[in-house]
Design a binder for this molecule. Structure first.
Ligand SMILES: [Zn+2]
Length: 269
């Protein structure tokens, strides 16, 4: 094979790997941002669970203080009721006492509700803390992985850049110019040609003479349609060869082979 052709095939592979690595390196900050966002989500969940607990605590204290106020009211009313002169006044105070008692009942129910909810609150906080701890550990691990991945990518990029430079240094300038132009335009330059005699990239059929030139793999031939550089890939071993191989190991086309050998011998006599 023409040495430029082989170098260009290798070069395209190197260029493709460089592009993939660069894309990976470029995507890593976004990946890290996603990891951070997930951790921030777990933190917010724990904050919310703790805030809920705190709000309950404040409400409970308020209810208890209100209960105390109502109890004080009741004892004031009782003191007053000892000094009243009329039944109407007495009834009015009694009514106030009943109202305060029903208020106390309502407040006590609310306190009880909060106390019942406390267990669930505590469990939610516990779960949020466990999740946060796990996410923090995973976060560190994933960030370490991302950092290691970047370092490894950078190392490979440096290696590939050196290989790329070396490959390019041996190729004719005008061929490189063509290569770079088509790579930029089409994303790939080297197009294998198989037995169907067409450019495998753009599917256009080659003229017989062009196909002949390509099969030699001794010169730079470009596709007249897409401008890619063509190279020939010979067909894989034929079925006859495979059958012959099988015949040696005692499988497949053995009888046919023996017959043909006999026929050959008969013909020779
Ligand atoms: Zn083409």
């Amino acid at each position: 094979m023409n040495s430029d052709l082989q170098k260009l095939i290798d070069l395209q592979e190197v260029d493709a790997r460089i592009a993939a690595l660069k894309a990976e390196v470029a995507a890593l900050p976004q990946q890290v941002a996603q990891i951070e966002a997930k951790l921030a989500g777990s933190k917010a969940q724990l904050d919310a669970a703790q805030a809920g607990m705190k709000a309950d605590e404040i409400a409970r204290r308020k209810h208890e203080s209100d209960i105390k106020d109502q109890q004080e009211k009741i004892s004031r009313y009782r003191d007053q009721s000892l000094k009243v002169k009329t039944n109407d006044e007495y009834r009015a105070l009694n009514h106030e006492i009943q109202f305060a008692e029903s208020e106390i009942q309502k407040l006590e129910d609310k306190v009880l509700e909060i106390m019942v909810a406390t267990d669930a609150r505590k469990e939610a906080i516990k779960q949020a803390e466990i999740a946060l701890k796990a996410d923090t550990a995973a976060n560190e691990k994933e960030k370490d992985h991302a950092r290691a991945q970047t370092a490894e990518d950078e190392r490979q990029l440096a290696e590939l850049s050196a290989t790329r430079k070396e490959l390019r240094s041996g190729v004719a300038e005008e061929t490189l110019t063509h290569y770079d132009r088509v790579l930029k335009l089409r994303g790939s330059v080297m197009a294998p040609v198989y037995e169907d005699e067409s450019c495998s990239a753009c599917r256009v059929r080659l003229r017989p003479q062009v196909f002949q030139e390509v099969t030699s793999n001794e010169q730079i031939v470009t596709c007249f349609y897409c401008n890619r550089i063509l190279y020939y890939v010979p067909p894989p071993p034929q079925p006859e060869e495979a059958a012959a191989k099988n015949a040696k190991t005692g499988h497949g086309a053995k009888p046919a082979k023996e017959e043909s050998v006999e026929a050959d011998e008969a013909a020779a006599q």
